[in-house]
Design a protein around this ligand. Structure first.
Ligand SMILES: [Zn+2]
Length: 305
Protein backbone atom coordinates (compact mmCIF):
# COMPACT_ATOMS: atom_id res chain seq x y z
CA UNK A 1 0.00 0.00 0.00
CA UNK A 2 2.76 2.39 0.91
CA UNK A 3 4.59 1.40 -2.26
CA UNK A 4 1.52 2.23 -4.32
CA UNK A 5 1.24 5.70 -2.80
CA UNK A 6 4.89 6.40 -3.45
CA UNK A 7 4.50 5.44 -7.09
CA UNK A 8 1.47 7.67 -7.58
CA UNK A 9 3.19 10.52 -5.91
CA UNK A 10 6.21 10.18 -8.15
CA UNK A 11 4.03 10.07 -11.23
CA UNK A 12 2.04 13.11 -10.22
CA UNK A 13 5.18 15.03 -9.59
CA UNK A 14 6.46 14.30 -13.06
CA UNK A 15 3.25 15.30 -14.79
CA UNK A 16 3.87 18.87 -13.76
CA UNK A 17 6.93 18.86 -15.96
CA UNK A 18 5.91 16.67 -18.86
CA UNK A 19 3.39 18.51 -20.98
CA UNK A 20 3.51 15.98 -23.77
CA UNK A 21 1.60 13.36 -21.77
CA UNK A 22 -2.07 13.23 -22.58
CA UNK A 23 -4.01 15.95 -20.84
CA UNK A 24 -6.63 13.42 -19.81
CA UNK A 25 -4.15 11.20 -17.99
CA UNK A 26 -2.57 14.26 -16.39
CA UNK A 27 -5.93 15.42 -15.13
CA UNK A 28 -6.60 12.09 -13.46
CA UNK A 29 -3.20 11.94 -11.80
CA UNK A 30 -3.22 15.59 -10.83
CA UNK A 31 -6.53 15.05 -9.09
CA UNK A 32 -4.88 12.19 -7.18
CA UNK A 33 -2.05 14.58 -6.37
CA UNK A 34 -4.39 16.80 -4.44
CA UNK A 35 -4.50 14.15 -1.72
CA UNK A 36 -0.78 13.49 -1.58
CA UNK A 37 2.11 15.64 -0.40
CA UNK A 38 4.16 16.85 -3.33
CA UNK A 39 7.93 16.40 -3.08
CA UNK A 40 10.07 19.35 -4.05
CA UNK A 41 12.30 19.33 -7.09
CA UNK A 42 15.49 19.50 -5.04
CA UNK A 43 14.56 16.38 -3.06
CA UNK A 44 13.73 14.43 -6.17
CA UNK A 45 16.22 15.28 -8.88
CA UNK A 46 19.96 15.59 -8.94
CA UNK A 47 21.13 18.51 -11.07
CA UNK A 48 22.95 17.48 -14.21
CA UNK A 49 26.17 19.13 -15.28
CA UNK A 50 26.15 21.38 -18.33
CA UNK A 51 27.98 18.78 -20.48
CA UNK A 52 25.39 16.18 -19.43
CA UNK A 53 22.50 18.45 -20.40
CA UNK A 54 24.16 19.33 -23.71
CA UNK A 55 24.68 15.65 -24.51
CA UNK A 56 21.05 14.93 -23.66
CA UNK A 57 19.36 17.67 -25.67
CA UNK A 58 21.68 19.14 -28.29
CA UNK A 59 20.43 16.87 -31.09
CA UNK A 60 16.97 18.37 -30.58
CA UNK A 61 18.25 21.87 -31.33
CA UNK A 62 18.30 22.35 -35.08
CA UNK A 63 19.35 24.99 -37.59
CA UNK A 64 16.61 26.45 -39.79
CA UNK A 65 17.29 28.19 -43.08
CA UNK A 66 14.63 30.06 -45.00
CA UNK A 67 14.19 31.13 -48.59
CA UNK A 68 11.93 33.64 -50.22
CA UNK A 69 12.16 36.39 -47.66
CA UNK A 70 12.95 39.16 -50.12
CA UNK A 71 16.13 40.99 -49.34
CA UNK A 72 17.40 38.55 -46.78
CA UNK A 73 17.55 35.22 -48.60
CA UNK A 74 18.78 32.18 -46.76
CA UNK A 75 18.42 33.75 -43.37
CA UNK A 76 19.10 31.39 -40.55
CA UNK A 77 17.69 30.69 -37.11
CA UNK A 78 17.37 27.96 -34.52
CA UNK A 79 14.53 25.67 -33.55
CA UNK A 80 13.85 22.92 -31.02
CA UNK A 81 12.33 19.52 -31.84
CA UNK A 82 9.62 18.70 -29.32
CA UNK A 83 6.53 16.66 -28.73
CA UNK A 84 6.29 13.85 -31.30
CA UNK A 85 9.69 14.29 -32.96
CA UNK A 86 8.07 15.92 -36.00
CA UNK A 87 7.25 19.27 -34.43
CA UNK A 88 9.73 22.12 -34.19
CA UNK A 89 9.14 25.22 -32.13
CA UNK A 90 10.84 28.43 -33.21
CA UNK A 91 10.28 32.17 -33.34
CA UNK A 92 7.65 33.41 -35.75
CA UNK A 93 9.91 36.24 -36.84
CA UNK A 94 12.50 33.67 -37.93
CA UNK A 95 10.24 32.08 -40.56
CA UNK A 96 7.55 34.66 -41.35
CA UNK A 97 7.50 35.59 -45.02
CA UNK A 98 9.49 32.51 -46.08
CA UNK A 99 8.41 30.40 -49.05
CA UNK A 100 10.52 27.47 -47.92
CA UNK A 101 11.96 26.44 -44.55
CA UNK A 102 14.71 23.83 -44.38
CA UNK A 103 15.58 22.00 -41.18
CA UNK A 104 19.16 20.85 -40.72
CA UNK A 105 19.27 17.88 -38.39
CA UNK A 106 22.22 16.90 -36.27
CA UNK A 107 22.70 13.66 -38.22
CA UNK A 108 23.54 15.68 -41.34
CA UNK A 109 20.17 15.37 -43.07
CA UNK A 110 18.36 18.44 -44.35
CA UNK A 111 14.59 18.10 -44.53
CA UNK A 112 12.08 20.58 -45.82
CA UNK A 113 9.38 21.63 -43.38
CA UNK A 114 5.93 20.70 -44.68
CA UNK A 115 4.24 23.70 -43.13
CA UNK A 116 3.27 25.31 -39.88
CA UNK A 117 0.73 24.31 -37.26
CA UNK A 118 -0.16 26.82 -34.55
CA UNK A 119 1.39 30.22 -34.08
CA UNK A 120 1.23 32.97 -31.49
CA UNK A 121 2.00 36.40 -32.92
CA UNK A 122 2.05 38.10 -29.54
CA UNK A 123 4.67 35.72 -28.13
CA UNK A 124 6.54 35.39 -31.43
CA UNK A 125 6.24 31.58 -31.44
CA UNK A 126 5.34 29.12 -34.18
CA UNK A 127 5.25 25.32 -34.49
CA UNK A 128 6.42 23.92 -37.78
CA UNK A 129 6.29 20.32 -38.91
CA UNK A 130 8.66 18.05 -40.78
CA UNK A 131 7.48 15.03 -42.76
CA UNK A 132 9.61 12.45 -41.02
CA UNK A 133 9.86 11.78 -37.37
CA UNK A 134 13.29 12.73 -36.01
CA UNK A 135 14.70 9.53 -34.52
CA UNK A 136 18.37 10.04 -33.96
CA UNK A 137 18.09 11.87 -30.67
CA UNK A 138 15.75 12.42 -27.81
CA UNK A 139 13.61 15.52 -27.72
CA UNK A 140 13.10 17.38 -24.49
CA UNK A 141 10.16 17.46 -22.14
CA UNK A 142 8.77 20.88 -21.34
CA UNK A 143 9.02 22.50 -17.92
CA UNK A 144 6.29 24.91 -16.85
CA UNK A 145 6.85 28.52 -15.90
CA UNK A 146 5.44 27.95 -12.41
CA UNK A 147 8.26 25.53 -11.67
CA UNK A 148 11.05 28.00 -12.49
CA UNK A 149 12.97 29.92 -9.86
CA UNK A 150 14.89 33.13 -10.17
CA UNK A 151 18.56 32.28 -9.72
CA UNK A 152 18.38 28.73 -11.05
CA UNK A 153 20.96 27.57 -13.58
CA UNK A 154 19.95 27.52 -17.23
CA UNK A 155 21.66 26.45 -20.44
CA UNK A 156 20.96 28.11 -23.79
CA UNK A 157 21.62 26.17 -27.00
CA UNK A 158 21.23 27.84 -30.35
CA UNK A 159 22.96 28.45 -33.65
CA UNK A 160 24.16 32.04 -33.73
CA UNK A 161 25.66 33.09 -37.04
CA UNK A 162 25.62 29.57 -38.41
CA UNK A 163 27.54 28.09 -35.51
CA UNK A 164 25.36 25.06 -34.85
CA UNK A 165 24.72 24.13 -31.25
CA UNK A 166 26.50 26.94 -29.52
CA UNK A 167 26.11 26.53 -25.77
CA UNK A 168 26.01 29.20 -23.10
CA UNK A 169 25.22 29.02 -19.44
CA UNK A 170 23.66 31.42 -16.99
CA UNK A 171 20.88 31.84 -14.50
CA UNK A 172 17.30 33.04 -14.63
CA UNK A 173 17.76 36.66 -13.63
CA UNK A 174 14.09 37.59 -13.69
CA UNK A 175 10.63 36.58 -14.75
CA UNK A 176 8.91 39.60 -16.23
CA UNK A 177 5.31 40.29 -17.07
CA UNK A 178 4.89 42.15 -20.36
CA UNK A 179 1.71 43.35 -21.99
CA UNK A 180 -1.28 41.63 -20.43
CA UNK A 181 -0.63 38.07 -19.48
CA UNK A 182 2.69 37.59 -21.24
CA UNK A 183 5.51 36.42 -19.04
CA UNK A 184 9.08 36.45 -20.25
CA UNK A 185 12.13 34.72 -18.79
CA UNK A 186 15.10 37.04 -18.43
CA UNK A 187 18.43 35.22 -18.36
CA UNK A 188 22.12 35.95 -18.06
CA UNK A 189 22.92 33.12 -20.52
CA UNK A 190 24.43 35.08 -23.43
CA UNK A 191 22.56 34.97 -26.74
CA UNK A 192 23.71 36.18 -30.14
CA UNK A 193 21.85 37.09 -33.31
CA UNK A 194 20.74 33.84 -34.95
CA UNK A 195 20.03 32.25 -31.56
CA UNK A 196 16.41 33.19 -32.14
CA UNK A 197 14.27 30.12 -31.70
CA UNK A 198 16.92 28.22 -29.75
CA UNK A 199 16.26 26.38 -26.53
CA UNK A 200 16.70 27.42 -22.91
CA UNK A 201 17.01 24.35 -20.71
CA UNK A 202 17.05 23.65 -16.97
CA UNK A 203 19.53 21.38 -15.19
CA UNK A 204 17.38 18.35 -16.00
CA UNK A 205 17.56 19.01 -19.73
CA UNK A 206 13.91 20.07 -19.84
CA UNK A 207 13.00 22.88 -22.20
CA UNK A 208 11.96 25.93 -20.21
CA UNK A 209 11.83 28.57 -22.94
CA UNK A 210 12.52 29.62 -26.50
CA UNK A 211 15.28 32.22 -26.73
CA UNK A 212 13.72 35.11 -28.54
CA UNK A 213 15.36 38.48 -28.16
CA UNK A 214 18.29 40.19 -26.56
CA UNK A 215 19.55 43.60 -25.72
CA UNK A 216 22.37 44.55 -28.04
CA UNK A 217 23.71 47.44 -25.98
CA UNK A 218 26.30 45.50 -24.04
CA UNK A 219 24.21 44.61 -21.00
CA UNK A 220 23.73 40.94 -20.32
CA UNK A 221 19.99 40.99 -20.88
CA UNK A 222 18.49 38.13 -22.83
CA UNK A 223 14.93 36.92 -23.02
CA UNK A 224 13.03 33.71 -23.67
CA UNK A 225 9.32 32.98 -23.94
CA UNK A 226 8.23 30.25 -21.52
CA UNK A 227 7.11 26.87 -22.82
CA UNK A 228 3.61 27.45 -21.42
CA UNK A 229 2.81 29.31 -24.63
CA UNK A 230 3.78 26.33 -26.78
CA UNK A 231 1.02 23.96 -25.62
CA UNK A 232 -1.87 25.75 -27.37
CA UNK A 233 0.11 25.62 -30.62
CA UNK A 234 0.20 21.83 -30.66
CA UNK A 235 -3.49 21.35 -31.46
CA UNK A 236 -4.00 18.83 -34.22
CA UNK A 237 -4.51 20.59 -37.52
CA UNK A 238 -3.26 20.02 -41.02
CA UNK A 239 0.05 21.81 -41.66
CA UNK A 240 -0.50 25.14 -43.40
CA UNK A 241 1.84 26.19 -46.25
CA UNK A 242 4.41 28.84 -45.36
CA UNK A 243 3.22 30.88 -48.32
CA UNK A 244 0.06 31.66 -46.34
CA UNK A 245 2.18 33.16 -43.58
CA UNK A 246 2.56 36.87 -44.13
CA UNK A 247 5.63 38.83 -43.20
CA UNK A 248 5.38 39.96 -39.60
CA UNK A 249 3.11 42.86 -38.88
CA UNK A 250 3.41 42.57 -35.13
CA UNK A 251 5.83 44.44 -32.98
CA UNK A 252 8.20 42.07 -31.18
CA UNK A 253 8.27 42.57 -27.46
CA UNK A 254 9.76 45.91 -26.66
CA UNK A 255 11.66 45.09 -23.50
CA UNK A 256 15.08 44.92 -25.15
CA UNK A 257 14.72 48.13 -27.14
CA UNK A 258 17.46 50.66 -26.43
CA UNK A 259 16.42 53.95 -24.86
CA UNK A 260 18.50 56.72 -23.31
CA UNK A 261 18.56 58.44 -19.94
CA UNK A 262 20.62 61.27 -18.49
CA UNK A 263 22.68 61.31 -15.33
CA UNK A 264 20.20 63.40 -13.40
CA UNK A 265 16.86 63.21 -15.22
CA UNK A 266 13.85 61.06 -14.45
CA UNK A 267 12.74 60.51 -18.06
CA UNK A 268 13.90 58.12 -20.74
CA UNK A 269 14.29 59.26 -24.35
CA UNK A 270 14.79 58.39 -27.97
CA UNK A 271 18.39 58.73 -29.16
CA UNK A 272 17.76 62.03 -30.94
CA UNK A 273 16.02 63.85 -28.09
CA UNK A 274 17.34 67.32 -27.31
CA UNK A 275 17.33 66.53 -23.57
CA UNK A 276 20.29 64.19 -24.13
CA UNK A 277 22.79 66.97 -24.84
CA UNK A 278 24.46 66.91 -21.44
CA UNK A 279 24.65 63.19 -20.82
CA UNK A 280 23.45 60.14 -22.64
CA UNK A 281 23.31 56.71 -21.03
CA UNK A 282 22.12 53.72 -23.04
CA UNK A 283 19.81 51.24 -21.28
CA UNK A 284 17.00 48.90 -22.25
CA UNK A 285 13.40 49.95 -22.05
CA UNK A 286 12.94 47.24 -19.43
CA UNK A 287 15.71 48.66 -17.25
CA UNK A 288 14.37 52.16 -17.66
CA UNK A 289 10.94 51.11 -16.45
CA UNK A 290 12.44 48.96 -13.67
CA UNK A 291 14.47 51.90 -12.39
CA UNK A 292 11.47 54.18 -12.34
CA UNK A 293 12.19 56.34 -15.41
CA UNK A 294 9.10 57.54 -17.20
CA UNK A 295 8.60 58.29 -20.88
CA UNK A 296 9.67 61.71 -22.19
CA UNK A 297 6.70 63.72 -23.41
CA UNK A 298 8.81 65.53 -26.03
CA UNK A 299 10.45 62.67 -27.97
CA UNK A 300 7.74 60.11 -27.10
CA UNK A 301 9.89 56.94 -26.84
CA UNK A 302 8.25 53.48 -26.91
CA UNK A 303 6.44 52.41 -23.76
CA UNK A 304 6.09 49.01 -22.13
CA UNK A 305 2.37 48.25 -22.04
ZN1 LIG B 1 13.01 63.03 -24.82
Amino acid sequence: MIGQITFDNQYCHNTRYVFSKSIFASAIFLSLCAFLPSPTLSQELTPKTTPEVVKQVSAAVVVLTTEGRGRTPDSQASGVIINDGRTIITNLHAVAGASKVSVHLEDGRTVEAVGYMGMDEKRDLICIQIAERFKSGSYPDLAALEDLSIGQKVIAIGSPQGLANTVSEGIISGIREFDEGTSVIQTTAPLSPGSSGGGLFNDQGELIGITSFLHTGGQNLNFAYPTDYILPLLAKTEPQPFASLKAPTYEPSKAGITVYVTRTGSKYHRETCRYLRRSKIEITLLEAVDRGYTSCSVCKPPILE
